[in-house]
Design a protein around this ligand. Structure first.
Ligand code: F42
Length: 148
């Protein structure tokens, strides 16, 4: 499953290499964040300015076939660029969790719905809690599910 466009790899070596290895092995390798043992997914978005395809590994926060996408960027003061790509092009999203990528539909969470998913996110990846304490922004969370 793909969306049309030219792929522009991440400028960060470790991110680019993780995506390449994950895709080449169908998620059998490079499927955790460094040596944490905690699983990742790969999310494809469309660049909000360039229109090019961007691939971003994120922590795997899965519940009943749905996925939280947590725009934490290590608690940095600014949102990651992929957040703006999702806001600009919510219809151009592909998620890979294992061998088979799928097109996803998603929305950004607020209120109680965000609280429920935030707890799930911290359970899957405890450092998210520290990241939220480090930054003034409320870390954005999307929920994504396979497109019907
Ligand atoms: N980041 C998270 O925010 N949450 C996670 O759970 C997470 C987990 C994770 C696990 C493994 C791993 O390897 C990385 C992980 N990361 C996680 C880091 C994540 O993969 C991203 O690298 C990080 O969130 C930063 O995202 P970013 O979209 O800001 O990426 C930067 C480095 C980037 O690629 N910048 C590009 C560039 O050329 O500088 C821009 C890419 C882009 O989308 N450009 C837009 C376009 O139109 O093409 C426009 C850019 C603009 O100027 O607005």
């Amino acid at each position: 499953m793909t969306i049309d466009g030219e792929y522009e790899p991440s400028p960060w070596d470790w991110v680019r290499e993780q995506v390449e290895t994950y895709e080449r092995t169908g998620g059998r390798e490079a499927n955790t964040l460094r040596d944490t043992g905690l699983p990742v997914i790969v999310v494809t978005t469309r660049g909000n300015k360039s229109g090019k395809l961007r691939k971003t590994p994120l922590m795997r926060v899965e519940h009943d076939g749905e996925y939280a996408l947590v725009a934490s960027m290590g608690g940095a003061p600014k949102n990651p660029v992929w957040y703006y790509n999702l806001k600009a092009h919510p219809d151009a999203v592909v998620i890979q969790d294992g061998a088979e990528p799928f097109e996803a539909e998603l929305h950004e969470l607020s209120g109680d719905e965000r609280d429920v998913w935030w707890k799930r996110a911290v359970a899957a990846f405890p450092p998210y809690a520290e990241y939220q304490e480090k930054t003034e922004r409320v870390i954005p969370v999307f929920v994504a599910r396979p497109r019907a």
